[in-house]
Design a binder for this molecule. Structure first.
Ligand SMILES: Nc1ncnc2c1ncn2[C@@H]1O[C@H](COP(=O)(O)OP(=O)(O)O)[C@@H](O)[C@H]1O
Ligand SMILES: [Mg+2]
Length: 347
């Protein structure tokens, strides 16, 4: 999925400034040097997949040197890596695990560190941190594996009492709308929890918000200035789906973005300030996208923060920054520079 983002970065990054080594991570976790034939675009409705014919790569701990190895042959050191630009989504990508691996390898990387990534990935912990920072979030119930297995009736009753109908049900740690569905009654909720549990034994049930979806991208500053918020943009589903599902996110014609969002100026300013507070509450780095609902009554509710937002040149966060005066190639460069300015280890 993130191959599309990687393709965009490869096109936009300044080759006179950086020597770029594209690395793919296969389904089974192997790192491979991107082959010449690697596809980065959707073709005939098919999302691209990592071509695993390239040389196998490893980044051993300490030293930050990339090693190519093929079974039965002598490993070859390819040289030291100054910075890694992770362009990927979901578990092992934006949950702090790859960030931890890069910390141990002593290599700097673009974007949030281990803690912010892990908190941002877990919708339960994310809400705890956002609420502690005084940010407005919707009502929700967390369903842990034990609760569900041992006393499902109590969970269903509690959700109904606390949230009413309809509700949104989602895996705590998945992303890209995977495992998310809407439930209108107890039977539907039971099914929805089972569906979410295919992705994660920890599940969230949330009150359904109505209104518009408005998103804002936050970018760390190069100097000592606080992080900056982009213009907010409104996203709309075009394909007739009930909400932003996986398809709407990866097939660009199924979604529309309007920048700036058509909300009152004070609401837009408040939203931007909240987006920065969310970024700071999680201690994010680099770039994040903060997603809100703007209710018919004019209330702002924070839905989530994405520490590794979609990053093709047409994705929401890059589009928001482009509309705010920072074109995609400059955004790519800024993120690399931010990462290079950091020293590996504790910050
Ligand atoms: N509580 C909710 N009320 C209304 N719509 C929701 C709610 N939660 C999620 N959605 C819809 O589902 C989409 C995906 O949910 P989200 O929490 O953003 O998960 P993901 O991390 O997979 O993007 C949202 O963009 C929105 O359209
Ligand atoms: Mg989302």
């Amino acid at each position: 999925m993130s191959l599309m983002g990687a393709g965009s970065v490869l096109e936009a990054i300044d080759r006179s400034k950086y020597e770029v080594i594209p690395i793919g991570i296969a389904q089974d976790g192997r790192w491979v040097l991107a082959s010449a034939g690697q596809r980065f675009q959707i073709e005939e409705g098919e999302l691209p997949a990592v071509d695993t014919t390239g040389a196998a790569l490893a980044l051993p701990s300490g030293g930050g040197s990339l090693v190519a190895y093929d079974p039965g042959s002598i490993p070859v050191e390819l040289g030291s890596v100054d910075v890694v630009f992770p362009v990927m989504h979901g578990p092992f990508a934006e949950d702090g695990t790859i960030q931890g691996l890069l910390e141990m390898a002593g290599v700097r990387y673009v974007g949030s560190g281990v803690l912010a990534s892990a908190v941002g990935m877990d919708k339960g912990h994310m809400k705890t941190v956002l609420a502690a920072a005084g940010l407005p979030i919707g009502r929700y119930v967390v369903v842990r594996d034990r609760d569900w297995r041992l006393d499902r009736d109590r969970v269903l009753k509690e959700a109904e009492e606390q949230l009413g109908w309809p509700v949104f049900v989602k895996p705590a740690r998945a992303g890209s709308s995977q495992g998310i569905s809407k439930a209108h009654d107890r039977a539907g909720l039971e099914q929805a929890v089972e569906f979410a549990r295919r992705h994660d034994p920890k599940v969230l049930i949330e009150e359904a918000m109505t209104g518009r979806e408005v998103e804002c991208a936050v970018l760390e500053s190069l100097g000592d200035d606080p992080p900056a918020a982009s213009a907010p943009g409104e996203v709309r589903v075009e394909g007739g789906q009930e909400f932003f599902d996986f398809e709407a996110k990866y097939y660009p014609d199924q979604m529309s973005l309007t920048v700036p969002a058509g909300i009152p100026a004070e609401a837009a300013e408040e939203l931007r300030a909240m987006a920065v507070r969310a970024f700071e509450a999680l201690e994010c780095e680099g770039l994040a996208r903060v997603d809100f609902f703007y209710t018919p009554e004019g209330r702002l509710v924070l839905n989530e923060i994405n520490t590794m937002p979609g990053f093709t040149s047409l994705s929401v966060a890059p589009q928001l920054w482009a509309a705010s005066g920072l074109p995609y190639p400059a955004l790519v460069d800024r993120l690399v520079q931010l990462a290079l300015n950091r020293s590996p280890g504790l910050r």
